[in-house]
Write a protein that binds this ligand. Structure first.
Ligand SMILES: Cc1ncc(COP(=O)(O)O)c(C=O)c1O
Length: 502
């Protein structure tokens, strides 16, 4: 007869139990005391698995008898309980004579712990709670993609295949710049679709464009360096440069993009300019050809750098994608940043930076200090996904889908909000911006909207200075067409309640 297959019970983590063989206390009592103290002070929590007697005995170097004795006593007193399929766990209801342990966070009182100096720079960043519109899921959350349309079957087949074929090399640190196969695939894509001048040696794979910004700041900028920032602009970039101690110079954006002449007037000798020329964040304008040449000329004349964030250029609806600034740059002044967060999905945390050839070693040196390199597994999966044509197919499919969602949103805004708002930046990407009449309190409205499950980013939070126009950034990536009208109607009601006339 074949014996029934035993279900393997997950093993518990072995706690620190300092056994003292010279102490007069018996071994089983030492084990019992260690567990009881850990349970009462909350180091071990209800439901947590306890290692088997065999495992514990071997780990702490005693025979099984004292461990069996201690476990029997802890069970008899109600500290341990047996659960079917889970083995022995810390009891859900502790014996009455002990007060329930408090979580570590409650016991900790900073005021009683003496001075707690932290870097002044760390205090300049906003706390996440101050932006409730960032946390929600659904309409009109910015940065969320049509996750239900992702070719999961293709992706999971590739994941499974790569997992099966892992060898000794796959377990070690990968190449400093990232997977060669992925860099080659990205270089081909960028040369073809974005007119970049680059080869795989100039590409470094990073954990999303956020890390590319962090590395670029460390390589290019000193504390006090001036950096042109688009006004309004991308808050996450602003925070990186502020954290690096840079002096941010807000340069206004108009219908042609960053006003280069204004930047020159404000700070001709700035060390760098951060721009989103393909689809300005958040106003959505495309930088005109003449502004592109002015910006490059300024950088070349002043020996400054241009950091180009090309975060969603794959999705253009009205015209062909515009060639990148990097592709127009004859003097290697542009650091080009791209991401898979929009075109695939953000939890992948994969992006890339195209580095001028003479700076590659510096980027590598800085990267090494930060996190050595990105995890390799998904890089190899992604390389295959691109090389086998799934990436190009996905972009084509999503362009159609997002165009439909965009049109539904624009139609609905016109119908429900009428002349109260102006729509900007709907030619590309997965978000658009609406501006409200002067004096509307977009921050207040966004906070109220978040409490009603509408996730709208207030435009004024994208300004460093006072916002000339209030408004909202509305993402439409994850909102299917039938859900768009009801969400806009809800927004219209909210605006009406806040006195914004339609
Ligand atoms: C302007 C801009 N750049 C880049 C990103 C993507 O950042 P990451 O690649 O770090 O996910 C976003 C995402 O919303 C963005 O709005």
């Amino acid at each position: 007869m074949i014996p029934p297959k035993m279900k393997r019970v997950a093993s518990g983590i072995v706690p620190i139990i300092a056994i003292n063989r010279k102490a007069p206390t018996a071994l089983h009592k030492q084990i019992y005391d260690a567990y009881r103290t850990a349970i009462v002070d909350g180091s071990l929590r209800p439901g947590q698995r306890i290692p088997s007697t065999r495992v514990l005995a071997s780990e702490i170097g005693v025979s099984r008898f004292p461990v069996l004795n201690a476990y029997a006593q802890l069970s008899a007193e109600g500290y341990f309980e047996s659960r079917v399929g889970a083995g022995t766990v810390v009891s859900g209801s502790l014996p009455g004579q002990f007060p329930p342990s408090q979580p570590a966070g409650v016991r900790f009182e900073a005021t009683r712990c003496g001075p707690r100096p932290v870097a002044r720079r760390s205090l300049i960043l906003p706390s996440p709670e101050s932006s409730p519109w960032l946390v929600g899921w659904g309409a009109f959350s910015v940065g969320q993609v049509a996750f239900d349309q992702f070719p999961l079957r293709v992706w999971s087949n590739l994941v499974a295949r790569h997992c099966r074929n892992m060898d000794a090399k796959s377990f070690h640190y990968g190449e400093p710049r990232g997977s060669k196969a992925l860099r080659e695939a990205i270089a081909t894509y960028l040369r073809t679709a974005r007119s970049l001048h680059c080869d795989a040696e100039q590409i470094m794979i990073v954990s999303g464009s956020q890390q590319a910004l962090e590395i670029s700041a460390r390589v290019l900028l000193d504390p006090g360096s001036r950096v042109w920032m688009e006004e309004p602009g991308y808050r996450m970039a602003r925070d990186v440069f502020a954290l690096a101690g840079c002096r941010l110079v807000p340069v206004p954006v108009d219908r042609e993009g960053l006003q280069v002449a204004a930047g020159v007037k404000l700070s001709r000798k700035a060390r760098a300019a951060f721009v989103t020329p393909s689809h300005q964040f958040p106003l959505g304008v495309t930088m005109s050809a003449s502004r592109r040449f002015q910006l490059l000329e300024w950088a070349q004349n002043m020996g400054s750098w241009i950091i180009e964030d090309d975060y969603d250029s794959e999705y253009r609806y009205e015209s062909m994608p515009i060639a990148s600034l990097q592709g127009l740059d004859a003097k290697a002044r542009v650091i080009y940043i791209g991401t898979f967060s929009k075109v695939l999905f953000p939890s992948l945390r994969l992006g890339y930076v195209v580095i001028p050839p003479d700076l590659v070693d510096l980027f590598l040196a800085i990267r090494r200090v930060i996190d050595l390199r990105s995890p390799t597994f998904y890089q190899e999966v992604l390389a295959d996904f691109i090389v086998k044509g799934h990436f190009a197919r996905h972009i084509r499919r999503m362009r159609v889908l997002y165009r439909e969602r965009r049109s539904a949103l624009v139609d609905s805004i016109r119908k429900e909000l009428g002349s109260a708002v102006e729509v900007l930046g709907d030619e590309a990407g997965m978000h658009l911006t609406v501006t409200l009449p002067k004096g509307s309190r977009d921050l207040e409205i966004a906070e109220r909207a978040a409490s009603q499950n509408l996730w709208i980013w207030p435009l004024s939070s994208s300004y460093m200075g006072e916002a000339p126009r209030p408004g909202f950034i509305l993402g439409f990536g994850s909102t299917p067409v039938p859900a768009i009208s009801p969400a806009v109607r809800k927004l219209a009601q909210l605006l009406a309640a806040k006195g914004v006339r339609q």
